[in-house]
Design a protein around this ligand. Sequence first.
Ligand SMILES: NC(=O)c1ccc[n+]([C@@H]2O[C@H](COP(=O)([O-])OP(=O)(O)OC[C@H]3O[C@@H](n4cnc5c(N)ncnc54)[C@H](OP(=O)(O)O)[C@@H]3O)[C@@H](O)[C@H]2O)c1
Length: 343
Amino acid sequence: MSKEKLKVAVVGATGYAGCELIKILLGHPEVTITSVSGKVEEAEKISEIFPLFKGRLDLACDNVDVPAISKAADLIFLALPHKVSMLFVPEFLKAGKKVVDLSADYRLKDAGIYEKWYGAKHTSTGLLKDAVYGLPELHKKEIVKSKFIANPGCYPTGSILGCAPPVNKGLVDTEQIIIDAKSGVTGAGRAASLALNFAELNENFKAYKINQHQHMPEIDQELSNAAGSKISVTFTPHLVPMNKGILSTIYFTLKKETGAAELLALYKQFYKGAPFVRILDEGIFPETKDVYSTNFCDIGIKVTGKRVIVVTAIDNLWKGAASQAVQNMNLMMGYGETAGLAL
Ligand SMILES: NC(=O)c1ccc[n+]([C@@H]2O[C@H](COP(=O)([O-])OP(=O)(O)OC[C@H]3O[C@@H](n4cnc5c(N)ncnc54)[C@H](OP(=O)(O)O)[C@@H]3O)[C@@H](O)[C@H]2O)c1
């Protein structure tokens, strides 16, 4: 007799992350999608909203109806904007569902920091302690036992993975970690805005929210945990006229001179059990095309005396969002970590 598949729901299915989630989940051997929802004028087949799903998923996409979704599915992915997610997460958890939330609403442990950076009152602070920050390379043990995952942001994923090994070993002068990150346009979501018009973006390259991007406290939180002391990074995000991908160039200084081979060995050792982190050989640096539509984070390292430059590449909608959410589901459910995610 064949094993029953896990029933999953995608809430926020009409957005970029929701669409990628459906693509990945349709190829996952252990799950079946039983509900898709979002914010719609009237119910419409998801295969009409995204014709790529024609003949593969013909479910109707309707507005979010928590009792109906809870009846249909056992694990809920929420790919909703921040502030909206926290309206629904408590209800799904109350209904006994497992939840993977892709928004920022439960990533920051300190509600005051959330309120400062996201400009909104946190309406379910009681659940912050229950949310596990879903970066499997740092928190696998907690994820495996968790029912509720706060899936990391895209910039934080590439930034934290690039710094964590030497920061965790106490090798870095933590006063000056500088992250210069460049993202493709899907990072801003699918909703229309003037700044995201083709004519505004094309043949243009700009920095924005310099040292005031809302992902900074998330990077600080996780690197501070890894270091065991408070870290505040310097962070400049950029918008690149390409659809997907984040390339992060990270600069820091070591407390004492360490050879390139030694540092590479440290990274490889740190990520030994991490199937989706690839440490590149000396002199080789990642490109966004190398990780396009994959769950990989590729890392290249240049050491010059005490100075280190680390370059990381991820796909913002995959390792930075949807495929990382599936990696988290795999760990929560006891499936193979790479199930449904191998190329
Ligand atoms: N894009 C990335 O690279 C990325 C990476 C990591 C994490 N994330 C996070 O993932 C979440 C989704 O991001 P995204 O880029 O997919 O955004 P998006 O393209 O704007 O999609 C958001 C989805 O939420 C729906 N929605 C908005 N308000 C709603 C409401 N009040 N009730 C029900 N549904 C509502 C939207 O429906 P409509 O289409 O009708 O508005 C859409 O389906 C965000 O929290 C984002 O920060 C995104």
